[in-house]
Design a protein around this ligand. Sequence first.
Ligand code: AMP
Length: 461
Amino acid sequence: MFLHDSLSNRLKKIIKTKKVIKLFVCGPTVYDSMHIGHARTYIFFDTLVRFLRSQNYKIEYLQNITDIDDKIIERAQKLKINPLKFAVAQTKDYKTISKKLNIISVDKYVNASSVISIIINQIKRLIDKGYAYETKNGVYFRVRKFKFYGELSGQDLEALRSGYRIELDKAKEDVFDFALWKKTKDNQAISWPSPWGSGRPGWHIEDTAISEKYFGLQYDLHGGGVDLKFPHHEAEIAQAESLSGKKPFVKIWLHTGFLTFNNEKMSKSLKNFITVKDFLTKYNADVLRFIVLSSSYRSSLSWNESLINQSIASLLSIKSFLVYLKYKNDKGDINKKIISSINSFNKNFTSNLNDDMNTPKTIASIFEFINNIESIKNINKKSAKAIEEAIRNSLNILGIKMKINRVPKNIKDLIDKREVLRIVKDFNKADKIRKEIEALNFRLDDTDQGPILTHNNFING
Ligand code: AMP
């Protein structure tokens, strides 16, 4: 499989060996509810891991939870609750929502607050090696000493430096030096004792400490949204490689593009977000996964309402095909044409995902397959089962549940009534019943197996 590495800007091969592939994805800062922008990133990584596991790669997927952060402290203080307790409640909410989105592939969530002693130890080592220094405000990483700083994001630091006229912290040696430890002055803010007085860690070192504890200072894959390239991931590289004295920190850097709204990144600070919770009150999780996976993970995804309707229409047509297959009851063995169609579908599906997770092409291959099958006559029960299995396997990798429930009796009765009206050629009344059925959120297809009903459970209510 090939994945695009943001550092080298090249496709890199992932080799299948007995060794476990270690994936670290930056989790959320838990101060507010997850929005659909976050969901874009986490749905992508969940799908990547589902796919790798389906191909028998061994993979360990870790997500950190930033439970120490100025925004968390601020929000908790407003609510007059302990910041760590507030973060615990927000983390629980995050995990519940993730599960609702069928994000189930994370092996371990690790809180930053659980690695404070490692953070302090790392900072001491960085000071000893000359990569960090103490000021009256905290301990800072000396960016000028790490010559690769800026490489991941392709930044010309000299040009950027001249743009920074106002230096906020005069005690810092350089504008780009970042905090490893922040000394706390107020008693209310959360703090831990350290050789530099009581304080709390900087954001970047939290992840390096978690990395060292669980994966070591060199591992395989690290990912997050593209906004994390600079300074967060840049800082992680600087910290880890300065600590270990080895390169590279990670073999492949993966970055997802933004989900945007009116050409701006959807974000909490811009207040232009739709929470996943709100989305899920109206639509089913399959809809969001389908929208996310219909676009390439590295490009930005411009959000608009029409994406929802398009996605529902597409999901409904796959679902109605699956329902249709259930009506096939003829005996006999699987037709050879069907076997070869299934084989080429499976091959295309896998090769599209092997190609840097080309999910749009993968989704298109499901429709091509359905079209292909529809052109084949006389599908018997065994063939129908094999076709259904192939589609279900692929949907499973995409994390799309496509639940099919029994049709309720009142709708079945309406169908029977419509059939009678059609037999007596009362098409006006039959059409009225069709509209009645559709208004109840069912799609009706007249097929060679008779009328087929598909519940549009992608919309709630
Ligand atoms: P945060 O809680 O802001 O640290 O974000 C958690 C993760 O979600 C990071 O990997 C972000 O890059 C990602 N993320 C946040 N907003 C968006 C967005 N609008 N589109 C895609 N990813 C996002």
